[in-house]
Design a binder for this molecule. Structure first.
Ligand code: AP5
Length: 213
């Protein structure tokens, strides 16, 4: 199964990705997580670091290479879930070519999480991530346990949040019609408890909401 999760920053892609990957037994591939791992390892080029921290999008070629290398790893044999990639039409076209070159693989579904902008800002500003496990928390809706070692993303500062939301609207707008034309796009309401959103995604995918695969 090859799934794509798209939606604005803070829509809950990372949160839903973890729940869906656990259910389907496929790996989550998040370009954002990969870039932050490279940042922590000190291997991310300074110019890319600056773009990320300010809330802009990296050039397409920087992320396409990451996906090309990651999707041929052994754990991707049964499929994978892409979280945060593609974000632009050139990235989507590159993904199609990449999958075709991997023995004619195809995307099963593209899930777009819809959340109003006012709620997105509120979610991002209160997000904290566990440094070790990567578990995502919200200081109000899903507070971290006492003593957790938390990270506050540089791009979750209010000034960067606005830029990320603008960048999403400007650069990703053309991506949705791209998948709509291919009849792959499913819009899902991303407001509500995370488990409720997961149920909506599962029903769109036509899978039973409980029980095994
Ligand atoms: P990336 O890491 O992909 O960030 P993003 O798309 O901005 O998405 P987020 O991780 O901010 O949000 P999310 O939708 O995963 O929400 P989450 O589940 O955490 O990218 C970061 C940067 O990397 C980009 O800005 C860019 O610079 C670069 N980059 C990455 N990919 C790229 C690409 N393809 N091309 C170019 N550049 C790229 O939830 C958010 C908060 O809400 C959390 O606190 C969570 O607890 C809470 N929450 C989630 N669901 C709910 C719910 N249902 N109810 C209440 N609260 C909820």
């Amino acid at each position: 199964m090859i799934l794509l999760l798209v939606g604005p920053p803070g829509a809950g892609k990372g949160t839903q990705a973890k729940l869906l990957c656990e259910r389907y037994g496929i790996p989550q591939i998040s370009t954002g997580d990969m870039l932050r791992a490279a940042k922590r390892a000190g291997t991310l080029e300074k110019r890319y670091l600056d773009i990320m921290d300010s809330g802009g999008l990296l050039p397409d070629e920087a992320v396409i290479g990451l996906i090309a290398r990651r999707t041929v790893e052994p754990d991707c044999g049964r499929g994978f879930l892409l979280d945060g990639f593609p974000r632009t039409v050139p990235q989507a076209e590159a993904l199609d070519q990449l999958l075709a070159s991997q023995g004619g693989r195809r995307i099963d579904a593209v899930i777009q999480l819809d959340v109003p902008r006012s709620l997105l800002e509120e979610r991002l500003i209160h997000r904290r991530t566990d440094k070790g496990s990567g578990q995502i928390y919200h200081l109000v809706y899903n507070p971290p346990p006492p003593g957790a070692e938390l990270e506050h993303r540089a791009d979750d500062r209010p000034e960067a949040v606005g830029m990320r939301l603008d960048a999403y609207e400007a650069m990703t707008a053309a991506l949705l019609p791209f998948y709509e034309e291919k009849k792959l796009l499913h819009r899902v309401d991303g407001v509500g408890k995370p488990e409720e959103v997961t149920q909506r995604v599962l029903s769109v995918l036509g899978r039973p909401s409980s029980g095994g695969e």
